[in-house]
Design a protein around this ligand. Structure first.
Ligand code: 13P
Length: 278
């Protein structure tokens, strides 16, 4: 029997990395939250550094903007100096958490085995995990892209129950495109995302259809519309260009526009009645 295709809501997330103090976070949100009516239909996440989370939650409370952390430990508490746990984030009112970013994998030795514990811990605490996966340039050159993605998906999501898989957001972030100004082409991104979706569908057909898979790596206002045009790319995880409210809004508008149906988006350069992708 054919599985009915669930609608997928576009997601656009701002990964601020180690940028913005509490004061700068408040100033960004005061500007950004002022003009987001056109972003109906796009799920928006702001992901500031830990100290700014309470200010972000407070400012976003009466908006549709969600707040996510950039990392967490898998254990709820313990002797893990410098770490933060899921219950600490949920107590603050945080909605999600970026996990497995390539900077954490490369600079802080985060392993797929760690993520196998972190992803279910986030889901168990009702935090939306934004799981980052992607190949390095040398892995791509060695034709290892699919092998790397397959390994990351199978290990990082191994302990997630099939019926909860679709609550994860996967960010395909080719490492060579992060912070380099050299974005993947829409075709490269769509090809990798199709592969990721096929891997998940092989495990659970319904989850394979429903899970949101977004692209990250040098997304800018100037390339967002083209990068997000393939139907299969459900949004973006944005680094550098998310630090300016105007730039981030332009990228989110591109996602809103490309997620609207053709009838809704025709003639509208600014999203208008954006809906769910299906
Ligand atoms: P840039 O958008 O700065 O390339 O960073 C992408 C990224 O790492 C988002 O998580």
């Amino acid at each position: 029997m054919p599985v009915q295709m669930p609608a997928r809501t576009a997601v656009v997330a701002a990964n601020w990395k180690m940028h913005k103090t509490v004061g700068e976070t408040a100033a960004f949100l005061d500007r950004f939250l002022g003009g987001i009516e056109q972003l109906e239909g796009v799920e928006l996440f702001i992901c500031p550094p830990f100290p700014s989370l309470p200010a972000a939650v407070e400012r976003c409370r009466r908006s549709r903007v969600l707040v996510a952390a950039q990392n967490m430990h898998a254990e709820p508490q313990g002797a893990f100096t410098g770490e933060v746990s899921a219950p600490m984030l949920t107590e603050l009112g945080v909605d999600g958490v970026i996990l497995g970013h390539s900077e954490r994998r490369a600079m802080f030795a985060e392993r797929d085995e760690d993520l196998a514990h972190k992803v279910p811990a986030a889901l168990g605490a009702a935090l939306t995990p934004i799981l980052c996966i992607g190949e390095t340039e040398s892995e791509r050159d060695a034709d290892q892209t699919q092998a790397v993605l397959a390994r990351q998906i199978s290990t990082d999501l191994a302990e997630v129950a099939d019926e909860r898989l679709s609550e994860v957001v996967i960010a395909y972030e080719p490492v060579w495109a992060i912070g380099t100004g050299r974005n993947a082409t829409p075709e490269q991104a769509a090809e990798a995302i199709a592969f990721i979706r096929s891997q998940l569908a092989a495990r659970d057909e319904r989850a394979g259809e429903a899970i949101r898979i977004i692209y990250g790596g040098s997304v800018k206002p100037g390339n967002a519309a083209e990068l997000l045009s393939p139907e299969t790319i459900d949004g973006a995880l944005v680094g550098g260009a998310s630090l300016q409210p105007g730039d981030f809004k332009e990228i989110a508008l591109a996602a809103a526009d490309s997620s609207a149906s053709p009838a809704e988006s025709s003639g509208s350069g600014a999203g208008g009645a954006a809906g769910s992708r299906s």
